[in-house]
Design a protein around this ligand. Sequence first.
Ligand code: NAD
Length: 476
Amino acid sequence: MSSGEGPRAPQAGPAARAFTRVKAAEARRRAAFDRAARDAALAALGRAVRAHEGEILAALAADLGKPAVETRLTEILPVLAEIRHARRHLRSWMRLRRVRPTLAMLGTRAAIRPEPKGTALIIAPWNYPISLALGPLVSALAAGCGAVVKPSELAPASSALIARIVAAALPGDLVQVAEGGVETATDLLAQRFDHIFFTGSPAVGRVVMAAAAQTLASVTLELGGKSPVVIGPGADMRRAARMVAWGKFANAGQTCIAPDHVFVPRTSQDRFLAELERQIGKMYGRRPIASASLARIVNARHFARLKGLIEGALAGGATLAQGGAMEDESLRIAPTVLLRTDAGMAIAREEIFGPVLPVIAYDDLDPVLDQIAAGETPLALYVFERDRAVIERVIGAVSSGTVGINVTLVQYLHLNLPFGGIGNSGLGAAHGLWGFRAFSHERPVIEDRFSALGMLMPPYDAAKARLARLVARLVG
Ligand code: NAD
């Protein structure tokens, strides 16, 4: 962190607690946070992101070896697009929404007032460290909330930069950045926030929800898991291979909605693999491990985890269809395709979160759909097929947070769609209007004008008993 931005988060103990308390107190929402002020805050954040574009590219290169094009498309663009979208729609999102009286409520006037929940805690992961910290912040600001943002300690250059960007754009009594690791997150979670927006693993999601139970803060959980790809018998194999290669190997597979593994009809497997090899070659060249278009693994621990998954699968009888090259020093793993993995292997149980793609041949579609449906509900389900009936069969048989048909990843970028998981893959939704709602309390307000409520108040004599029966029959 450069000078002039206050102290860096201490990692443990009373000092950390004092630090996070100060951060939370500083971010208490100011009373007058009207539309103009929200718009100004969003505009200021947008200007700061643009002003730091070069530093964002450098931070992502340092943290993840991320190619500049990928950083522009997956870190800068989503934040700027979210800001632009929020500013354009803020007036209509904030509008008091009048509702018509139901029959029983004739004579009343009612409306829904979207109000800020208050002060939010935003906890972000390392894999898209800028956009997954600042994206939810945009929604919080649009909703009129103050926030404490806790970036991931595993992307330290990005974390420090987020602190600088926020300090440059927004007043400290509105948004604070609390840098640090698990201790800092734990201390923040022990404090009272009005909403907690967490993006990360299902395991830590449970910790966050348990902490929220103590203060009864509402939560949005954007989690992960294993997102399957189902290739149907009528798929365009070239397109499927291209989209899967792009979705899987972008950010070296460290993407929450990356295709985790692929089911392909046995009769099409060879074609799919040949297309996949061609597409990987086109994207990453003859020596993919050295490609400037391929990001690296975030750290040595995750590199060792992925190496263990590959080696464990190969030792258990899986075979290498492509790739397999790994470099400990540079933390790089070439796009790797495995065949004959089986359900007992760690690679079949854990979220892979790296550039390793198991391809699983199938004879009948139904057992595949049953198998997916029996597991945890994935964040994304991808289906490649031309036949509408098959597409509907797959979507109908398997639940998921989001669905991509003949495409991967782009559901994340569509701001008129909610983004989120269900069950093990998350709770609640982000982006656009849904992000605004996550940080808002939809407050119902009802006003009596000329209702006949008084006619039903005690004492309950025979006439009121008749009236109550009549009313119940009329409106029930
Ligand atoms: P993580 O859960 O390990 O960490 C996320 C954040 O939680 C970090 O800021 C970390 O400091 C904090 N944290 C870690 N342990 C904690 C604890 N015990 N108590 C409190 N806070 C703690 O996740 P990660 O490794 O940074 O990210 C990878 C995971 O996130 C994957 O499962 C991926 O699928 C998921 N993810 C989901 C989305 C989405 O939008 N749904 C997006 C990106 C990543």
